[in-house]
Design a binder for this molecule. Structure first.
Ligand SMILES: *Cc1c(COP(=O)(O)O)cnc(C)c1O
Length: 395
């Protein structure tokens, strides 16, 4: 017999970086010491108070049973208190916050609550791939809003064709951006809220990197806009803020009807988050800002090393104010896949080709700041060596 798979699975794109993975595996098999600057996954440890809270809560049998469906009251209250401290936004912990098993889970599930087959979801190109994949799993149609460096990687909402707008149910934004590392002026958030209200579209802002900031920059929440609660939700994650990617916890906050709808999908699909992890998240949300500032200073130092190494070989990336990435133009004339393949083949260094995040990512590549310092330095030296060999003009 041959197994018949659902169309939605056969329509899933092939793994974006499969070809590069093959090259990487081939290099490793040859014994090359490959260094990856590809994935955005913090190498630095989760802070001790969070580990201690997990340890205590894991030993309490109360937490060994099925968790509360909508998360512990104490967790939603801690999230509301964090929002009030951080953004001066008051959220109702009972109706305006839903904890998630990592924000990716909620991002992938939200279209199931909002999108009928054939409906349109607006998202940026380049962008985080899960917006398009969640849309596809719900039977929706993605419409891409091009991002360019000329516009600071901010979409032009006035330029969306009427037919795409007619069936649009949801608009995804992601600031600070992955992969672009761009931050959005608050005026753009105001414009986006007006746009969503005028067009009857739910606005979802993915703020996974709001606390990973450099040079004293401070991100604002879209929920600071009073009208945002009519149409908007914001996704947060503990992953990047507290070096907790493996723990799988985040949340969505904002419009109560959308919170209820996503919660309804989730209660039918999953059974919540291990309660010991929820207690650890409460400890995380109460960690002093000094810890975050020191961690960000460490990442800023890595950012500066990447920027100066790239400038040294004649590439002029924008200096990011936030996120875990440097988003850089490729050397003149090289496609992003050619450039990435060349670095793997010649010097055993992995970077992410921009085209993997959408057609408008072509001409750029992404370097992640989550590689230990000595390995990052080694990788930067190797990139220097590869480009020197290729005769790229040096300053
Ligand atoms: C890492 C990332 C997420 C997912 O974070 P988790 O909470 O670990 O699932 C969501 N959005 C963007 C843009 C990310 O880069």
């Amino acid at each position: 017999m041959s197994i018949q798979f659902a169309d939605r699975i056969s329509n899933l794109p092939p793994y974006l970086f499969a070809e590069l993975d093959k090259l990487r595996d081939a290099r490793r098999a040859e014994g090359v010491d490959v260094i990856s600057l590809g994935i955005g996954d913090p190498d630095l440890p989760t802070p001790d108070p969070i580990l201690d809270a997990l340890d205590r809560a894991a030993r309490d049998p109360v937490n060994h049973r099925y968790p509360e469906y909508y998360g512990l009251d104490e967790l939603r209250e801690a999230i509301a208190a964090w929002y009030a401290r951080r953004f001066q936004v008051d959220l109702d912990p009972a109706t305006e916050i839903v904890p998630l098993i990592g924000s990716k889970e909620g991002i992938a599930h939200l279209p199931l609550a909002l999108v009928n087959p054939g409906d349109t979801v607006l998202m940026t190109d380049p962008g985080y791939p899960v917006y398009a994949i969640g849309t596809m799993l719900a039977g929706g149609v993605s419409h891409s809003l091009p991002l360019t460096s000329e516009r600071g990687w901010i979409p032009d909402l006035d330029d969306i064709p009427a037919d795409a707008l007619a069936n649009a149910r949801l608009l995804w934004l992601c600031y600070p951006g992955n992969p672009t590392a761009a931050v959005a002026p608050f005026e753009f958030f105001e414009e986006a809220v007006d746009f969503a209200r005028a067009n009857n579209v739910v606005l979802a802002q993915d703020a996974a990197y709001s606390e990973v900031v450099f040079d004293g920059y401070r991100c604002r929440s879209i929920l600071e806009i009073p009208e945002a609660r009519d149409v908007a939700v914001e996704f947060h994650s503990l992953s990047k803020t507290y070096n907790m990617t493996g723990w799988r916890i985040g949340w969505m906050a904002g419009n109560a009807e959308v919170v209820e709808a996503l919660g309804r999908v989730k209660t039918n699909v999953d059974s919540g988050i291990f309660q010991a992890v929820q207690h650890a998240a409460i400890a995380a949300l109460n960690i002093e800002q000094d810890w975050i500032d020191a961690r960000n200073a460490h990442l800023q130092d890595r950012r500066d090393r990447v920027i100066s190494a790239l400038r040294n070989v004649g590439i002029a990336p924008e200096v990011p104010k936030a996120s875990l990435y440097v988003w850089s133009p490729t050397p003149a004339g090289m496609t992003s896949v050619d450039f990435a393949a060349r670095l793997i083949n010649e010097v055993g260094v992995i970077v992410t080709p921009g085209v993997g995040f959408g057609a408008y990512g072509e001409g750029h590549f992404r370097i992640s700041l989550t590689t230990p310092d000595d390995r990052l330095d080694e990788a930067l030296e190797r990139i220097d060596e590869a480009l020197e060999r290729s005769g790229t003009v040096r300053f």
